[in-house]
Design a protein around this ligand. Structure first.
Ligand code: MLT
Length: 331
């Protein structure tokens, strides 16, 4: 006797199992945020602060962070795209989700098809920095020094497609100094910052979540912020001009960070994760930590899954011409 299970019955069983998975989620198994850069950098900082707030928002959960660096963040992102879609492996990534499609001709994942969007988390300004020995104390000195030494200086970043790479490209494009500096890639801007402080690299553009403490301690020189508006609410960063004030028309760059799960994660699990994310984004400790580092926590509809995805789709289209103009490919 052959035992035939009708397609309807298979669907019912699958749906029931899926619901069972969701009802028990998260269970005792940890929920891991994969950070596609080295520990100690700005992406890692956001992930660790968010993991703590999510633990509080989802009682009984155990959120952890795992660093999977390399290739401008695409190695870690691909790890999550290919992970088991059970809600226990998530990605915390930034503008790289939108920059890498233009830079990597053989990107191993499709940003808009291989992920479930859990919500946008924050937006982080960037700062233009120099090593302590750089002979410049104002933005004007800084730009004149780079122009006078075109081809002789280097700029650090966290790999092609990283926020620090995009910022460097945009700045050089804006001041018509394209390809005037040698780019030095690192596994993240934490090791890049160590090299800048040590004088092994000359310049870097990095997020305030990583640079505020170093600027305050006088370990690096800061010259400008990348947002359109001055950071007038921040005790330290308010003293730095915007690049628009320095004559770079329309320069406006904030690094947004979003949370993602692998495509196919059960709908009820996604709903639970998005609900916990929205609670976490209102957590006073999380907000205080992020604002103390110059970041702005998302409070608008981009916290919702559909709006988060629409936002990233628009960012992919916005960044493509900027990256195409730099005529750089990562592969
Ligand atoms: C970036 O430049 O993309 C990030 O700052 C890298 C990092 O978080 O280390």
């Amino acid at each position: 006797m052959t035992f035939r299970l009708s397609l309807v019955a298979v669907a019912v069983v699958a749906a029931t199992l899926g619901q069972a998975v969701a009802q028990d989620f998260p269970g005792s198994k940890p929920i891991t945020f994969v950070v596609p850069f080295a520990a100690g950098g700005p992406t890692d900082r956001v992930a660790r602060d968010l993991a703590e707030a999510m633990r509080k928002a989802m009682p009984g959960s155990n959120f952890t962070v795992e660093n999977a660096a390399g290739a401008g963040g695409t190695i870690g992102a691909n790890k999550v795209a290919k992970a088991k879609p059970d809600g226990h492996t998530l990605l915390l990534w930034h503008i790289g989700m939108a920059s890498t499609p233009a830079l990597y001709r053989k990107l191993p994942f499709k940003p808009l098809e291989d992920f479930e969007y859990l919500g946008l988390v924050n937006e982080v300004p960037m700062t233009l920095l120099g090593k302590p020995q750089l002979p410049a104390n104002t933005y004007r000195d800084f730009e004149n020094h780079i122009r006078a030494n075109a081809g002789k200086l280097n700029i650090a970043h966290a790999g092609l497609g990283s926020a620090s790479h995009i910022c460097g490209l945009m700045w050089q494009h804006a001041v018509k100094l394209n390809e005037s500096m040698t780019t030095i890639p690192f596994g993240g801007t934490a090791p890049a910052m160590t090299a800048l402080i040590g004088g092994q690299v000359d310049v870097m553009c990095d997020q305030t979540t990583n640079t505020t403490s170093q600027i305050e301690a006088g370990r690096v020189k800061a010259f400008a912020v990348t947002t359109a508006k001055p950071l007038s609410g921040h005790k330290l960063l308010k003293d730095y001009p915007t690049l628009q004030e320095m004559g770079l028309k329309g320069f406006d760059l904030s690094i947004w960070h979003g949370a993602y799960a692998p495509k196919g994660t059960p709908e009820d699990v996604l709903k639970k994760l998005n609900a916990a994310l929205k609670v976490a984004l209102k957590d006073p400790d999380f907000v205080k930590k992020q604002e103390g580092l110059g970041a702005v926590v998302v409070t608008d509809k981009r916290q919702e899954r559909a709006e988060h995805k629409t936002f990233v789709a628009n960012e992919i289209n916005k960044l493509k011409p900027v990256i195409d103009a730099a005529k750089q490919f990562a592969d």
